[in-house]
Design a protein around this ligand. Structure first.
Ligand code: DGJ
Length: 698
C-alpha cells in the first residue's frame, strides 16, 4: 500500500482508502488541523480545501480550523482531547512541529511542546481493503527527572464537514436491554457519551454514526467511529454555534489523572473511523469487514453451535446433570458444550466462592476432567465459564488477599452481586489470574472460556500506589495481556467476551476474543431490537445468540421454537434451554433447525449482511455469500388475517434468476429487488421465515 501523499509547501497530508480520503495539515502556529474526511479527493483538491481552513486568530471568534487532537491552551474553548500539567504547575501546551514519518498506509506526525519536554505523536493507519482509518496518539515525557500529569489523553478528534441537520446514532441500554439504537439531532452543545464503570458498559457503547439527517439504510453519507477499548471511556461531541461538529474520544472518564513518569510513553487505544456514501447499512458492512480482516484473531473459522445451561439450571451445575445435558446437546447437533457459573469452590449461588477456582468436589467428584473427556467423546468441544477479575468476599481468595481488590482507605467496599473487583493492575494479582487460568486450560483440555465480568468498578483505588488512577488503564491492559498470553500458549483456545450479558463489546476485546455474549435477555422479540443495534458495528459471527425456553425467563413471553431459532440463527447460534424438559418433538425440530443453521452458517457468519425492513413489524436480515442470499425474517405481531407484503431484497443481480432449494420456486433478481420476496409466514404472532435463494447459472 502506498504511503500518504504529502505536499510540503502547505504541510498537507492526504491519506487514501479504497473509496475515501482524509486530509490534515500543519497550520502556521504548528497545530495539526483537519482538512477533509469523506469522498476521495486528489492532493490538489485537498490543497484547495486547506486554503479555506481558517487560521488561528483570524477573527474575533475564530480559533482556527478544527484540530486533530484539540489541546488546552491559547484561545481554545472547546473540549480538549489532551490536557496536561507540568511539574511547575503550568498547564496547556504550545506546539512546535517536530517532523513526521510516513510508510505504507501509515502516517505519524510529531509535535513537541515549545518549552516543556512533552512529545505528542498523532498516528494514522489505513488498509488497502478497508475504508477504516485507525487513529491513536502517543505522549512521551522526554524529561529524565520530572513527571507530567495527564488530565486527559484522547486517541483522536474527528470532524464533519460544515453542514446543518446532523444526527448522531448511538447505542444505549442496560442489563437485559443492550444495544438499543437511538438517533437524535446533534445539539448545539457538548454531549458526552461515556462509561465510568471500568468496563465498556451496557449503558453506552463507544460507537457513533453521523449523517446530515438524510441518510437511510442504503443511501446517504455516514461517518462513523468506534473506540477499541474495554474499560472506562469518554467521547465528547461538540457542535458549536458556528456549526462546527467535532468529537474527541479516548480511554478514561472525566476527573482521572495519570502521571507520565520521566522517560515514559503512553499509547492510547485505537479510535477507528470510516466514511461511506452508502448509508447506515454500508457503514455496518464496512465495520463488519474491518472487524473480520483486521480485528478478530480467527475470522475465517465457523463459530460452533454451542450449548450453555445457565438460563436453564442457573448455579445448579453438577457432573451428572451436565453429563446428561451434554448427551442431549450432542444429539441435536451442538458442537461446543459450555459449563457456566457454579462449578468451583463454594459457588452454589452468587454469595460465595468467586475466586476459588478449583472444581467443587461435591458437584464434580471426579473433577472436571471426566466431564471434559465425556464432552470430547461425544464429539463436542468443552468450554468453561470464568470470571477472573472478580471475587466474593466470602471466598478463600479474599480471606487471603483482601488487599487485592480495588479499594480506598476509609471507604466502604461496595458490593454488587456480592462481589468486588480484583485490581489486575497489580502485577501480583494479574500473575495469579494468569497462572490459574493457564493451569485450568491445560489440565482440563479446555477449548473455550466464557470470560465474564459481572459488575462495574467502585472505590477504584490502589492504596500505596503513587499513581492510583492508572488502574483504570492498567486493569484493562492486564486483561488484554492475560487473554493474549493464554491464546498464544494455547493456540486452540477460543474466548467469549461477556460482562453480565453485553457489557463489554468493543473492538478492543474483539481483538482477543471470538464472540460476544450479546445479552442475558434471550426473549426473541426483545432480541430483534438488541441484534439490530449490535449489528451496527459488529458482524453476525461474533453475536452469541441462544435459543432458550418458552415462556422466557426474563419477559414471560411465549414464542414458538421455530421463531426463537430463526431469531438466534442470525448470529452465532447457541442453545440455552433446559434440554432435559424438551419433548421429543421439540428435540426433533431443534435437530432439524440446527442442521439447517449449519447449512446457512457460511452465509450468516462469513457473508455480507443487509438489514431489511418490511411492512408493519416485519424486519429481516439478508446474508449474501457467493451464489446465495439467505433471508431470516421475523414478524412478532400482526393484525388478524394480514399477510405482509413481499419483502424487498437488496444486493441481488437484477438480471439473474434465483431458486429456493426448499420449495423449488424460482424468482428473477429484478422482481425480488423491485417487488419483493413473498414470505412463507405462518398465521399469527411470532411468525418467522427462513428462505435460501441460490443463483442459477444461465
Ligand atoms: C452473566 C452472564 O451474562 C450469564 O450468561 C451467566 O454467565 C452469569 N453471568 C453467570 O453468573
Amino acid at each position: 500500500m502506498s504511503p500518504p501523499l504529502f505536499e510540503p509547501r502547505r504541510r498537507l497530508w492526504l491519506l487514501r482508502t479504497p473509496s475515501t480520503s482524509y486530509a490534515v495539515r500543519i497550520d502556521e502556529d504548528d497545530t495539526v488541523r483537519h482538512v477533509h474526511w469523506g469522498a476521495a479527493l486528489t492532493l490538489e483538491q485537498a490543497g484547495e480545501l486547506a486554503e479555506r481552513t481558517p487560521a488561528a486568530g483570524s477573527s474575533f471568534d475564530a480559533v482556527g480550523g478544527a484540530e486533530e487532537l484539540a489541546v488546552e491552551g491559547g484561545a481554545r474553548f472547546g473540549p480538549p482531547g489532551l490536557q496536561v500539567r507540568f511539574a511547575d504547575g503550568t498547564r496547556a501546551v504550545e506546539w512546535r512541529y517536530a517532523g513526521h514519518d510516513a510508510d505504507d498506509g501509515y502516517l505519524s506526525i510529531h509535535l513537541d511542546d515549545r518549552h516543556y519536554p512533552l512529545r505528542l505523536t498523532l498516528h494514522y493507519r489505513v488498509h488497502e481493503d478497508s475504508d477504516v482509518i485507525e487513529r491513536w496518539t502517543t505522549v512521551e515525557n522526554r524529561d529524565d527527572r520530572l513527571p507530567i500529569t495527564l488530565r486527559r489523553c484522547d486517541s483522536a478528534a474527528w470532524t464533519l464537514p460544515g453542514r446543518d441537520g446532523y444526527r448522531v446514532s448511538h447505542l444505549v441500554g442496560g442489563w437485559n436491554s443492550e444495544f438499543r439504537l437511538r438517533r437524535a439531532e446533534v445539539a448545539t452543545a457538548e454531549t458526552v457519551f461515556t462509561s465510568r464503570r471500568g468496563l465498556t458498559s451496557h449503558h453506552a457503547n463507544p460507537w457513533l454514526a453521523f449523517d446530515d439527517g438524510t441518510a437511510g439504510e442504503e443511501h446517504g453519507e455516514v461517518w462513523s467511529t468506534a473506540l477499541a477499548w474495554s474499560g472506562s471511556w469518554r467521547i465528547t461531541l461538540h457542535r458549536d454555534p458556528a456549526g462546527r461538529t467535532t468529537w474527541t474520544g479516548g480511554h478514561g472518564h472525566e476527573g482521572l489523572t495519570w502521571s507520565l513518569a520521566p522517560g515514559e510513553t503512553l499509547s492510547t487505544p485505537v479510535f477507528a473511523g470510516l466514511f461511506t456514501a452508502g448509508g447506515f447499512g454500508a457503514a455496518s458492512r464496512a465495520w463488519h469487514a474491518y472487524v473480520a480482516r483486521h480485528v478478530l484473531p480467527h475470522p475465517g473459522e465457523p463459530r460452533p453451535v454451542l450449548y450453555n445451561s445457565w438460563e436453564a439450571t442457573g448455579f445448579d451445575v453438577d457432573e451428572a446433570g451436565q453429563t446428561a445435558l451434554a448427551a442431549q446437546a450432542a444429539r441435536i447437533g451442538v458442537e461446543l458444550f459450555v459449563v457456566d457459573d457454579g462449578w468451583f469452590g463454594g459457588r452454589v449461588g452468587d454469595h460465595a466462592g468467586l475466586g476459588d477456582w478449583t472444581p467443587n468436589p461435591d458437584r464434580f467428584p471426579h473433577g472436571l476432567r471426566s466431564l471434559s473427556a465425556e464432552v470430547h467423546r461425544l464429539g463436542m468441544r468443552f468450554g468453561l465459564w470464568v470470571e477472573p477479575e472478580m471475587v466474593n468476599p466470602d471466598s478463600d481468595l479474599y480471606r487471603a488477599h483482601p488487599d487485592w481488590v480495588m479499594h480506598m482507605a476509609n471507604r466502604e467496599r461496595t458490593e454488587l452481586r456480592h462481589q468486588l473487583v480484583l485490581n489486575l493492575a497489580r502485577p501480583d494479582t494479574a500473575a495469579w489470574a494468569h497462572a490459574w487460568l493457564d493451569r485450568l486450560v491445560a489440565e482440563h483440555d479446555i477449548d473455550y472460556l466464557k470470560w465474564d465480568a459481572n459488575r462495574p468498578f467502585t472505590e477504584a483505588g490502589w492504596p500505596g500506589h503513587d499513581d492510583p488512577d492508572r488502574l483504570w488503564i492498567e486493569h484493562t491492559r492486564a486483561v488484554y495481556r492475560i487473554m493474549d498470553r493464554l491464546r498464544a500458549d494455547h493456540p486452540g483456545l477460543r474466548i467469549e467476551a461477556c460482562a453480565g450479558g453485553g457489557g463489554r463489546a468493543d473492538l478492543g476485546i474483539l481483538a482477543r476474543t471470538d464472540q460476544i455474549w450479546t445479552s442475558d435477555n434471550t426473549d426473541p422479540v426483545d432480541r430483534i431490537a438488541i441484534q439490530h443495534g449490535f449489528s451496527q458495528l459488529f458482524p453476525a459471527q461474533v453475536m452469541g445468540a441462544w435459543v432458550t425456553d418458552s415462556p422466557n425467563v426474563a419477559t414471560a413471553r411465549q414464542t414458538p421454537l421455530r421463531f426463537r431459532f430463526h431469531v438466534a440463527m442470525a448470529g452465532a447460534l447457541g442453545v440455552g434451554g433446559d434440554l432435559a424438559t424438551w419433548t421429543e418433538d421439540e428435540l426433533k425440530e431443534a435437530t432439524e433447525l440446527i442442521a439447517t443453521y449449519k447449512r446457512i452458517r457460511p452465509a450468516v457468519q462469513h457473508g455480507t449482511a443487509y438489514r431489511l425492513t418490511g411492512e408493519g413489524t416485519l424486519t429481516a436480515v439478508g446474508f449474501a455469500h457467493e451464489d446465495r442470499f439467505v433471508v431470516l425474517a421475523w414478524c412478532p405481531s400482526r393484525p388478524y388475517g394480514h399477510q405482509p407484503a413481499p419483502l424487498r431484497l437488496t444486493a441481488l443481480d437484477p438480471g439473474a434468476t434465483y431458486r429456493d432449494p426448499d420449495t423449488g420456486a424460482t424468482y428473477s433478481g429484478a422482481v425480488l429487488l423491485r417487488s419483493g420476496l413473498p414470505l412463507p409466514l405462518p398465521e399469527g404472532d411470532h411468525a418467522s421465515a427462513l428462505v435460501q435463494l441460490i443463483r442459477i447459472e444461465d
